[in-house]
Design a protein around this ligand. Structure first.
Ligand SMILES: NC(=O)c1ccc[n+]([C@@H]2O[C@H](COP(=O)([O-])OP(=O)(O)OC[C@H]3O[C@@H](n4cnc5c(N)ncnc54)[C@H](OP(=O)(O)O)[C@@H]3O)[C@@H](O)[C@H]2O)c1
Length: 227
């Protein structure tokens, strides 16, 4: 069956791969982003109805992060527009171990629309496509929480799960927790990348108060998701 599916963040780390997989499965994909047609902007709710119009299903990745203030209200607003638009299925990408993200999950679960929650741990791609890439390329990584161990998941695996959840009703009402095969500290990850790439990359443990993130996303991620 051919569905109209809005992939919010459809050029991002997971959305890009979800959109590619859906297209390969002969689905009609609309990219939801500030550069999409029509435009979808999380910061402008007036753009949401047009982006959702005619859509059967929606893959939701929030920007910048479900843990930031304002995320809950945005997810509430989006689900209301989705309900009015006749959307039949929501797949929410959420974060493991985050209370704020779980509140957003609840909104989706109580929206009256079929749903699947994909609750992921940290992405491998945070080091190759996201906030840790610049320090990796600079050869100097300085982060707090140096001894905390975290499992990592690959965005290819997230996209596989999201695809299956979007296309198969047997996943309705489910929460899937996606983690990885082992836990890593930041110094272990940096050492692994240095070994695999043959580059010298130093790691310096710093305190949370010394950590100077350059954006809000940088601030929230290292402190929130470490388990
Ligand atoms: N990183 C992690 O370790 C991790 C772990 C678990 C859960 N999560 C969750 O993953 C979600 C992010 O997913 P992701 O990493 O796949 O996305 P991402 O790569 O951060 O998203 C980039 C995409 O979002 C679009 N975008 C950026 N700002 C936008 C805005 N204001 N309105 C609409 N679209 C916007 C971009 O397109 P344009 O620039 O064209 O707008 C692009 O398509 C977050 O909700 C976070 O809570 C992250």
């Amino acid at each position: 069956m051919k569905n109209n599916i809005l992939v919010i963040g459809g050029t991002g780390k997971t959305g890009r791969k979800v959109a590619e997989r859906l297209t390969q499965k002969n689905q009609n994909v609309r990219i939801g982003s500030r550069n999409g047609h029509p435009v979808f902007d999380w910061e402008d709710s007036a753009t949401w109805p047009a982006a959702l119009a005619g859509m059967d299903k929606v893959y939701i990745t929030f920007q910048p992060d479900l843990a930031v203030p304002g995320a809950l209200a945005a997810i509430e607003g989006l689900t209301q527009v989705a309900l009015k638009s006749g959307v039949q299925k929501l797949v929410l990408l959420s974060g493991k171990g985050e209370r704020e993200a779980e509140l957003c999950e609840q909104v989706v679960m109580q929206s009256g629309i079929d749903y699947t929650i994909v609750r992921a741990t940290w992405f491998n791609q945070n080091f190759s496509e996201s906030f840790f890439l610049d320090p990796i390329l600079a050869g100097q990584v300085a982060l707090p929480q140096a001894t905390a161990k975290v499992p990592y998941v690959d965005t290819d695996d997230i996209a596989d799960v999201a695809l299956e959840a979007l296309l198969n009703d047997q996943h309705n009402g489910q929460i899937y927790e996606l983690t990885g095969p082992r836990t890593w500290t930041f110094p272990e990850v940096v050492q692994e990348i240095a070994t695999a790439t043959g580059r010298e990359i130093s790691f310096t443990a710093i305190s949370l108060s010394d950590y100077k993130p350059v954006s809000y996303t940088h601030l929230t991620l290292p402190t929130k998701r470490i388990v």
